[in-house]
Design a protein around this ligand. Structure first.
Ligand SMILES: N[C@@H](CCC(=O)N[C@@H](CS)C(=O)NCC(=O)O)C(=O)O
Length: 228
């Protein structure tokens, strides 16, 4: 199999790449990266010294692609599915990229900040940084909620890169910073979780959900694909 994805089923940024692979029906070999295992980490660092997943390795083309957005752009260019995740129309392509960046920077990364702070030992916590992360997520929820009014997906009818980014960002953020009264965003998360590509990713992540330090049980349980 030419494609390998260095990843972990629970890892939120890996979900972005997995959604794209499943959307396109692209065959690949998952290589499990276990950050609790020094040998696994060393092997991963040999592939990508930054040691951030996902990383895609394409044996056939001799390419190693890091960063979830670049992985999706690469798959879309060289292993496209029936419909493109990057719209051909440049005026829609920049919008897909803009919302991808939006979800990564203003929902996904602050969510990671909140989660990783919970895993820090007492005395090493960063309450100020966590408060900033909550504030940023709050503004992002309001912006996305407005943008989604009357839409199925971020750009309208077509599922794109933007939705690959939004799905794990919103799924995990909702567990530590509930979506609350943002009805358009809440309905959007329901649709993302019901989408077969993401439902499959969540089902594969489910055995690991106990490792995630969440406040709340997920409200949006779909066909058992959420933490108990
Ligand atoms: N900007 C990167 C972020 C990747 C990232 O943060 N991955 C996490 C897993 S969700 C990771 O590898 N964390 C390991 C670590 O920080 O040690 C991307 O889009 O791929």
């Amino acid at each position: 199999m030419p494609l390998k994805l260095y990843s972990h089923p629970l890892a939120s940024f890996c979900h972005k790449a997995l959604i794209a692979l499943y959307e396109g029906g692209v065959a690949f070999e998952p290589v499990l990266v276990d950050f609790g295992d020094a040998r696994s980490v060393a092997a991963f660092k040999a592939v990508w010294p930054m040691a951030k997943m996902p990383v895609l390795h394409d044996e056939q083309r001799g390419r190693t692609v890091a960063e979830s957005t670049a992985v999706i752009e690469y798959l879309d260019a060289f292993y496209p599915g029936a419909h493109r995740l990057l719209p051909a129309d440049p005026d829609r392509a920049w919008q897909a990229r803009m919302w991808d960046r939006f979800y990564d920077h203003y929902v996904h990364e602050p969510m990671q900040k909140i989660v990783t702070d919970r895993l820090r030992p007492q005395g090493a916590k960063d309450g100020f940084g966590v408060d900033q992360a909550h504030a940023l997520i709050g503004v992002a929820y309001a912006v996305a909620d407005r943008a989604l009014e009357g839409k199925t997906w971020m750009l309208g009818d077509d599922f794109t890169l933007a939705d690959c980014a939004a799905a794990p960002a919103l799924f995990y953020a909702d567990l530590v910073a509930p979506l609350g009264a943002h009805q358009h965003l809440s309905g959007y998360l329901d649709r993302l979780m019901a989408r077969p590509s993401y439902a499959r990713v969540l089902a594969e992540a489910e055995p690991y959900f106990g490792m995630f330090p969440m406040d709340n049980k997920p409200k949006r349980v779909r066909s058992g694909a959420a933490p108990a």
